[in-house]
Design a protein around this ligand. Structure first.
Ligand SMILES: *Cc1c(COP(=O)(O)O)cnc(C)c1O
Length: 379
């Protein structure tokens, strides 16, 4: 580590507690680092207990969970999958893995997530052309619940199964229920920058027993029930290790605490920075929604005399503070240049105006003051 990195403020670094080491220690003491094992069972149990989902399958990444989730929904070559344009690329990449095509839909300005009206427009347009999407992926970006009531009503009306990408939204709620439990399949990520981490990992939740069983089967190379290695289906090496699941067990104990801290950080920034003209905090919670505030985000509405988000980012970088533009819409990515999009103006504008601020749950009051000072100095 370079010496200057000691005082670098990262966007969302890992924040470990005291019990992760106990679970790791036990696994090594018992010589149980593979295959599967008690930490893996325990981690899945913890996630089921927290979410209320019947089944959980812990995997190597959230991306792997989306991939298996799409297969569970029967998505294959030639199918179309509806997906918000405003998200991280990992939401949509698995659509390509299974040989299907994404159809992107714009956000709405309040939650920054999938716009229910645009979604209906897309489904109507597809219906007129005798196209029927095989699945809909919904995302709760930055931990913010999307407009679930309206979106799920449209999905039911058009009979489209829903995969819920809650990778950024572990611990967020809607009508009191944990996110991840609204879709037919729910997905979490435990990547290094998420609200909880196993260094790398993910999980799939569902209430359908056969789906959980199938996901486990595919995640361990789809090995048939035979003494020799026999395979009738295409499988993957996607199962989380018992060691990393041990870190996950320790992290799950801290979830409520971490959500509380991230919400406090959002509130702190809002209190100390909202008098800056042209700086707006977002996204906003929809009725019934409670965000884990994974990342605190702002949009800047500069006049001739004030700074753009990119100027602010560079300025913060000079002070060794990491910030990041909002997700670049997928319909603007070269990878998806030929993919159709319904709307697009809302998320394009967000991308132009937005910035994510350091939001790690280990931040101190002094850290926050340092960020606020640097922001105030330039705006
Ligand atoms: C992080 C993330 C993923 C992917 O999770 P990984 O564990 O990094 O594979 C998927 N979707 C969204 C919205 C994410 O932020």
């Amino acid at each position: 580590m370079r010496s200057q990195d000691y005082d670098r403020l990262y966007l969302s670094p890992p924040h470990l507690g005291r019990h992760e080491l106990n679970y790791l220690h036990k696994a090594i003491e018992d010589n149980w680092v593979a295959p599967v094992g008690p930490n893996l069972d325990g981690f899945e149990r913890d996630i089921c207990e927290f979410t209320g989902a019947r089944y959980c399958v812990a995997l190597t990444s959230g991306t792997a969970a989306i991939h298996l989730g799409l297969r569970l929904l029967g998505v294959g070559p030639g199918d179309e999958v509806l997906c918000p344009s405003f998200t991280f690329v990992a939401t949509a990449n698995p659509i390509l893995y299974v040989g299907a095509t994404p159809v992107f839909v714009d956000s709405e300005a309040e939650t920054w997530n999938l716009c229910p009206e645009r979604l209906r427009e897309a489904l109507e347009d597809m219906r007129r052309h005798n196209r029927r999407p095989k699945a809909l992926i919904i995302v709760h970006l930055y931990g913010m619940p999307c407009r679930l009531r309206e979106i799920m009503a449209v999905a039911r009306e058009y009979e489209v199964p829903v995969l819920e990408d809650a990778a950024e939204a572990l611990g967020s709620r809607y009508d009191g229920h944990p996110l991840g439990t609204f879709g037919d399949v729910g997905v979490f990520s435990f990547n290094g920058n998420k609200i909880l981490t196993t260094s790398g990992g993910g999980a799939l939740i569902t209430n359908t027993a056969e789906w959980a069983q199938k996901a486990r089967f595919w995640a361990t190379q789809a090995r048939d029930d035979a003494p020799h290695y026999q395979h009738s289906e295409l499988g993957y090496n996607y199962r989380l290790s018992n060691l990393l699941a041990g870190i996950g067990r320790g992290q799950m104990e801290l979830l409520e605490d971490r959500v509380k801290k991230r919400r406090e950080i959002f509130a702190w920034y809002q209190k100390h920075l909202s008098d800056i003209p042209g700086l707006v905090f977002g996204p906003a919670e929809p009725m019934g929604g409670r965000s884990n505030r994974w990342l605190t985000c702002v949009t800047l509405h500069p006049t001739d005399t004030t700074s753009s988000p990119e100027q602010l980012r560079v300025h913060m970088e000079k002070h060794n503070i990491e910030s990041r533009p909002l997700w670049k819409p997928l319909h603007l990515q070269p990878l998806f240049a030929t993919v159709p999009v319904y709307g697009g103006e809302v998320c394009e504008k967000l991308f132009k105006q937005g910035l994510c601020l350091p939001s790690g749950s280990a931040m101190t009051e002094a850290d926050l003051q340092r960020v606020a000072g640097v922001i105030k100095a330039i705006l």
